[in-house]
Write a protein that binds this ligand. Structure first.
Ligand code: TRP
Length: 333
């Protein structure tokens, strides 16, 4: 049987270069080899946006546009909307018996996210337990591979634990997934912070117009120890060079810039201008494809409907097996 990929994103806004490096690039690369399902995780997005459900629908379309823009082929990849697969909710509830509260409280990504958010009335149960729902997302598709950014590793580990527990308690129905990280563990923000994150305002979005990209690049954090362009500079840990390494295909140019930067014979402005040129060349076809699909919203909705329909067939088939394994296939009907 052809192996499956499941991964996804919360529809909380447009996707950025960090998403591309962390996961989208792998999805595009592997879409011909794997039966690929990409989940737009609106139910998970609600766990910290439950007060603003009205934003979800527009964001779902934005994320789908980003997927299509980076080159996910709608003839192959199934784009699935989480809330439209109610089987996921059922599996989440069954999984809740297999995880302790203490385990959830130890999840480092969830802990970090709680710190960043301001839950005035305390942390909702839904937020603490979203790793369980994410395990349902992955396992209902029997995915073997989950292309994700580094911050998602604890979720994959949680899913693996649940699978082992389920399979040993009930029957060997579920598949233990593996995470696949992007070419870089994580892309730093334009401010030099550890990662690109919408809430930190340090992102370059895949759909950004050239002027927005230029502004972000020209104001990027570089080497704080370097005051004058004639001072020898640091290349390592300098996000401008990190981006050059990832997005500038002209390796000779990058090497030359690094050498001159270390010697103090090139200014930040030139390094940034060349980075902008490279990013613009990378983003232009993405932007164009995005515009093409954005002009046909009904076609995009149809792609989502069709992907979700196919995803639901897989989900229902797994749930039949799950209910049988759990002796829930009562003969009462
Ligand atoms: N937690 C992921 C994020 O914040 C989104 C997500 C939901 C996901 N379900 C998933 C990722 C299943 C991988 C697999 O972006």
């Amino acid at each position: 049987m052809i192996k499956r990929i499941l991964t996804g994103d919360r529809p909380t806004g447009p996707l950025h270069l960090g998403h591309y490096v962390g996961s989208l690039q792998n999805r595009v690369r592997l879409q011909d080899e794997y039966d690929t399902y990409v989940l737009i995780a609106d139910v998970q997005a609600l766990t910290d946006n439950f007060e603003h459900p009205e934003k979800l629908e527009a964001n779902i379309l934005e994320v789908a546009l980003d997927y299509l823009a980076v080159g996910l082929n709608p003839e192959k990849v199934k784009i699935v909307v989480q809330s439209m697969v109610p089987e996921l909710t059922e599996l989440t509830i069954y999984f809740m018996n297999l995880v302790t509260v203490a385990t959830l409280e130890r999840n480092p990504t969830v802990k970090e996210e709680i710190k960043q958010r301001n839950f005035v009335k305390g942390v909702p149960v839904g937020f603490w337990s979203y790793p369980i729902s994410q395990a349902a997302d992955i396992t209902i598709f029997k995915a073997e591979l989950v292309p994700v950014g580094e911050d998602q590793l604890p979720m994959i580990e949680q899913a693996r634990e649940i699978v082992r527990r389920f399979n040993s308690l009930y029957a060997k129905v579920l598949v233990e997934p593996r995470a696949m990280l992007g070419q870089m563990a994580r892309l730093p923000g334009t401010d030099g912070g550890a990662k690109m994150s919408k809430s930190l305002g340090n992102c370059i979005y895949l759909g950004d117009p050239p002027e927005a990209v230029r502004k972000r690049v020209m104001s990027m954090f570089t080497d704080p120890t370097r005051i004058h362009p004639t001072d020898p500079g640091h290349v390592e840990g300098n996000p401008v060079f990190t981006y050059h390494d990832v997005f500038n295909p002209d390796k000779a140019e990058v090497d030359e810039l690094k050498e001159r930067y270390r010697k103090g014979t090139v200014g930040d402005v030139e390094v940034k201008q060349k980075l902008f040129a490279a990013l613009d060349a990378f983003l232009t076809p993405i932007r164009d494809r995005r515009a093409e699909f954005a002009a046909k919203p009904e076609r995009v909705r149809e792609i989502i409907r069709e992907g979700t329909r196919k995803g639901r067939v897989v989900a229902q088939s797994t749930m039949d097996e799950v209910r049988t394994a759990m002796k829930l296939n009562y003969k009462l009907a």
